[in-house]
Design a protein around this ligand. Structure first.
Ligand SMILES: Nc1nc2c(ncn2[C@@H]2O[C@H](COP(=O)(O)OP(=O)(O)OP(=O)(O)O)[C@@H](O)[C@H]2O)c(=O)[nH]1
Ligand code: SF4
Ligand SMILES: [Mg+2]
Length: 408
């Protein structure tokens, strides 16, 4: 249960109202978490439940409101369901007695978002889905015939869903950059923004991956960094710092010692480092009055000198000299309408899955909106991105090409 949400596969139950989504959700969980009733429109907001689901592993199950809901409230519910789609690694499209335009529309949406899905033909105990089975077969969809009263059918559905989940290569955070015996210095500021009594996800992950690689992680605050480096008998392989302390750290790390930031490691681990570097092209093209979206994947308490609301706008304004409008969006649901933005600056997305982050990047790419992450932009605006990209030579070449092209 302690697996962070960002490591869980997200399984979403979708379908029209009253088809039996919440019943299947509860059957998977093995408890009455979501309200079930014969009244259409019972589920209004997405319902989440994290659990271990063999053979998939840690999952986040998401029950949703019916997608055929009408009226103002209905539109609100369906738009919430739509925004949850960005989280899905896999979907279970629940259908009871008939296949309608709504199912076609949902399938189209799932395909366009490349979300694998299984059609659950439910309420089989009522014996009414024979024709539906033929139809779904003819459409060549992966399907399962189920009933909430038949435990075996629920087990088959679970295995079928597991079989369609994509298992893609996920670049590690740091493990492939270090070897056994290497010393890695991790710089972790403990300032007002640090959570009480613990470290944040990328810091914990980096420590764990170093240990997995049999490397030696040395954790220090930025103020003690110089002294830490002087105390080490062997030269470290790499220094990794929190982006916000990067200027101070650069000053204390000798030129011949490679360094980078947690956010740049996250850009590769959670997203697409190349795409997030390409977005830099937009910075010098910003004009007065342009809109810039600052996206954060969680709603944390904002501080007086908040990175999204104060620091990035200040640094970007100083760098460009332009009067740009900044909009901050925080939270796991991503805004549907991002067309107006000339640039998106996104956080490292440590609390969301790689798949969710890639979807955010993909959406920006589709609309032709450049996107950068905090780590890339902070190092860039402080003139040290070439240094921070040292562990990633190909990314560094791409960055140099962008810089050279803009110089011409
Ligand atoms: N016979 C039978 N009835 C079922 C089955 N699954 C669900 N139902 C019934 O269908 C009705 C709707 O079930 P829900 O699980 O609330 O459906 P839902 O899709 O979540 O509905 P909304 O939240 O309103 O969109 C309830 O009366 C359930 O008892 C099933 O496998 N067999
Ligand atoms: S703002 Fe982004 S990077 Fe920062 S803690 Fe939240 S999800 Fe993680
Ligand atoms: Mg429901």
């Amino acid at each position: 249960m302690k697996t962070p949400e960002s490591y869980r596969k997200h399984l979403i139950f979708l379908g029209r109202r009253n088809v039996g989504k919440s019943s299947l959700f509860n059957a998977f969980v093995g408890a009455k978490i979501a309200i079930v009733s014969d009244h259409p429109g019972t589920t209004t907001d997405p319902v989440y439940k994290s659990m271990e689901l063999a053979p998939i592993g840690p999952v986040m199950l998401i029950d949703t409101a019916g997608l055929d809901d009408e009226g103002y409230l209905g539109t609100l519910r369906t738009s919430k369901t739509n925004s949850v789609l960005y989280k899905a690694d896999v979907a279970c499209l629940v259908v009871d007695s008939k296949w309608t335009d709504f199912e076609d529309r949902i399938v189209k949406e799932l395909k366009s978002k490349e979300i694998p899905f299984v059609v659950a033909l439910t309420k089989s105990d009522l014996g009414k889905n024979r024709k539906l089975i033929e139809l779904v077969k003819s459409k060549k969809f992966t399907y399962c015939v189920v009933s909430k009263y038949d435990k075996d059918s629920i087990d088959t559905l679970r295995l079928t869903i597991a079989s369609v989940i994509k298992t893609e290569y996920e670049p590690p955070l740091i493990e492939d950059l270090v070897d056994g015996g290497d010393i890695v210095v991790l710089v972790v500021p403990i300032d007002l923004g640090a959570p009480k009594g613990r470290l944040i996800v990328p810091q914990v992950e980096a420590i764990r991956e170093c240990l997995d690689a049999e490397a030696i992680p040395v954790v220090t605050k930025e103020r003690e960094l110089r002294w830490t480096l002087e105390s080490l008998k062997r030269k470290p392989k790499l220094v990794v710092t929190d982006s916000q302390a990067v200027m101070r750290v650069v000053a204390d790390v000798p030129e011949d010692l490679p360094m980078t930031t947690f956010s740049i490691l996250e850009a590769r681990h959670k997203g697409d480092l190349f795409e997030l570097i390409k977005g830099l092209k937009a910075i010098k093209e910003l004009k007065d009055g342009d809109d810039v979206l600052i996206g954060e994947a969680c709603t944390h308490r904002s501080l007086a000198d908040d990175i999204a609301r104060v620091k990035i706008p200040r640094w970007l304004t100083n760098f460009t000299g332009k009067n740009v409008n900044f909009f901050v969006h925080s939270g796991r649901e991503y805004p549907e309408d991002i067309k107006k933005y000339k640039l998106i600056v996104h956080c490292g997305g440590c609390v969301i899955t790689r798949n969710m982050m890639l979807k955010r990047i993909e959406k920006a790419k589709e609309l032709g909106i450049p996107i950068i992450n905090y780590g890339v932009i902070i190092s860039y605006l402080h003139g040290i991105l070439d240094r921070a990209l040292e562990p990633f030579p190909e990314a560094k070449i791409l960055y140099e090409e962008i810089e050279n092209a803009q110089r011409v």
